[in-house]
Design a protein around this ligand. Sequence first.
Ligand code: UT7
Length: 325
Amino acid sequence: MTATRSRIIGVGSYLPEKILTNADMADIVDTSDDWIFQRTGIRQRHIAADSEMTSDLALSAARNALDAAGISGSELDLIVLATATPDQTFPATAVRVQSGLGMTRGMAYDVQAVCSGFVYALTLADNHIRLGQSRRALVIGAETFSRILDWDDRSTCVLFGDGAGAVVLAAETGFGTYDDFGILTTHLHSDGRYHDMLYVDGGPSSTGTAGKLRMQGREVFKHAVSKMSEVIDEALATTGFSPEEINWVVPHQANRRIIEATAKKLGIPMSRVVISVDRHANTSAASIPLALAEGVGDGRIRKGDLVLLEAMGGGFTWASALIRW
Ligand code: UT7
């Protein structure tokens, strides 16, 4: 029996020009390169220019992904954009990207699952393709977290950065085995009881302002490792693959210690994990496609590789996706 599946045919990313190093952060709050690097693995982060909005970052990443795929924006019929920092309350940042790409048909909408947003968006686009509602989709993770940081709070402002990444999906029909190319399985979860552990203290219906990010870091850390391990196990149990068969893990890049602890639990060496947190910091929904763009761009991720995406973020939300590249 044949089945329709989504295949990633292009990856692209964009980082704002301005870089703040840990030494620069020490000029802003009472911190040090040593503290930040030891606790998180972060050395620097990119910060959007005043004139740059989330849609600008998204559009640049989208253009790069479309170039890599060799198709134009007008050939798309779907955009799903993951962000917790939209340009405006409405309309969706995705429709700005749609218009910027010259795409006048199909649909474009935003998804809000914070750091798990990219895997959520990828899953939704994949579902549209499997249902026959889309043939060519663009999935974007784009954030300007610098706009919602409390720059007086050293426990959070040193952790985040701005950026965007995107992938182009194409519908392909094949036999649908786990050896065929494409997105093999996706798993999404949320638990709103943890709402107050990582949130923004504002919004259109509460304070009428955008608000600032608040986090109980230690609690988030504790849950991150266990929830990501669970959702990885789910992907492996569904497909029957063992950890040894995974060629590359592309995790959400929040903290190198979380990534290492999760890889250790899984029994995967760090040499098979794509790391970008040192240069990008935590870019929320953008972190996975940014890391993916690096892994594909420098030739580490190759055709036929089994690639595992995993994420955890505010909500809490957590998610995984297993892809045959
Ligand atoms: O994308 C998902 C969302 N986020 C995450 O996954 C983040 C999860 N959490 C973490 O990564 C870690 O909890 C942090 C990196 C945020 C913090 O590391 P920690 O080892 O849990 O430190 P802590 O919050 O317990 O703070 C330890 C000390 C405190 O001082 P005292 O009370 O021990 O004297 C803090 O005041 O470090 C102090 N501290 C800092 N010192 C220098 C907090 N932030 C800083 C800082 N520079 N930037």
